[in-house]
Design a protein around this ligand. Structure first.
Ligand SMILES: *Cc1c(COP(=O)(O)O)cnc(C)c1O
Length: 360
């Protein structure tokens, strides 16, 4: 088999190797059923057991109470950009949006199609290199939406913002979900595509408070109402069975790692290796403000585009893949999600040190 290389891709991203091995075993036969995981009916006992374990593990990991529903939907985080306002924002009402990057701007755009939006803060003035400390809440917003980790710009909220009085908190947690402990009780809705921290693309985890599900608009197309998916245990139509299976394995892997607190400790130690190096490097520098740095996506530049390109190209040849930064930031981005090995960051820093020495 071809050796696996260090994959710094921002998403779809690295999946724990043990999970891939376990998946491989179940492709031809799920357990002893004689039928592969992708070939099982979603109504059958075998798949239902997978689904139930995935929900149970998800609840266990994040301490999700019975006041919340755990849903596995399709359409990515991008469909949640629309579903949230369609269900909860009627025309004449306002929602607060915290604008900390491209994804929050996209979320806002969809809300603007439905109702009115108030910008509670924005870091656009400095190309989204920081997380604003102060919010200016609108008047009686229905909900307050934020993006916990800005995948493109390499910034991350340290803790959840306080929503305006009377509004519930909505979080796009696509790129840091389950990378650290989360107090679900502070949120109305948390959503995230699986392809960064939880598994393959094609399935979206939605954690939503049950009373909100009831409040949602009733005139929407059936598939766009949360109540449809809640009533049918995410199986109103054929769910992304393979994605749910993979997510279940990833949940199991996180539990084995010691749960979210342990995951956070590992992620902090891992990111520190890279940030410590960047802080003393004479060639590379981080693009995010120190107090806003992401533990998931580390963005950095040399300040010279030609050298950036040379670095990415040499790094790729040396087996460090996916380091090219997003076009809106340029430079480099190392995505080091839960499944990314500590050793890979240590190796990258060695390579960067060597590159820096050769440049000097
Ligand atoms: C990747 C990403 C998205 C887009 O997710 P899709 O599943 O492709 O719709 C949205 N928000 C954030 C923060 C992301 O990182």
């Amino acid at each position: 088999m071809t050796a696996r290389i260090f994959n710094f891709s921002a998403g779809p991203a690295i999946i724990p190797e043990s999970v891939l091995e376990e998946a491989k075993e179940n492709l031809l036969s799920l357990g002893s059923t004689g039928i592969g995981i992708m070939e099982h009916s979603h109504r059958g006992k075998a798949f239902l057991a997978v689904y139930e374990q995935a929900v149970a593990r998800c609840r266990e990991l994040a301490g999700i109470s019975n006041d919340y529903e755990v849903l596995f939907l399709q359409g990515g985080a991008s469909l949640q950009f629309s579903m949230v306002p369609m269900n909860f924002l009627t025309s004449g009402q306002t929602a607060d949006y915290l604008i900390t990057g491209v994804w929050s701007e996209k979320a806002r755009e969809e809300a603007q199609r439905v109702g009115s939006v108030h910008e509670a803060c924005s870091s656009k003035d400095k190309n989204f290199t920081y997380i604003p400390q102060e919010l200016k809440p609108g008047s009686s917003p229905v909900y307050t939406h934020f993006t916990s980790n800005n995948t493109i710009f390499g910034t991350q909220f340290r803790t959840e913002p306080t929503p305006a009085a009377g509004s519930f908190l909505v979080c796009d947690a696509s790129s840091d979900i389950f990378s650290r402990p989360i107090d679900v009780s502070k949120y109305g809705i948390i959503y995230g595509g699986a392809q960064k921290n939880l598994g393959p693309s094609g399935v979206t985890l939605v954690i939503i408070r049950k009373d909100l599900i009831e409040r949602g608009q009733k005139e929407l197309p059936t598939m766009l109402q949360y109540r449809t998916h809640a009533k049918n245990e995410s199986m109103y139509n054929t769910p992304p069975t393979f994605g749910i299976f993979m997510m279940n394995l990833v949940f199991g892997w996180i539990i084995k790692q010691g749960g979210l607190a342990s995951m956070a400790a590992k992620n902090e130690a891992k990111a520190k290796v890279l940030y410590d190096y960047l802080d003393q490097s004479r060639l590379f520098k981080g693009t995010a403000q120190a107090d806003s740095r992401s533990l998931m996506n580390v963005t950095f530049v040399t300040g010279n585009e030609a050298i950036d390109q040379q670095f990415v190209s040499e790094a790729t040849k040396a087996g460090f893949d996916g380091l090219k930064g997003h076009r809106s930031v340029g430079g480099m981005r190392a995505s080091i999600y839960n499944a990314f090995p500590h050793e890979g960051v240590v190796e990258l820093v060695k390579f960067m040190r060597d590159f820096e020495a050769r440049q000097a």
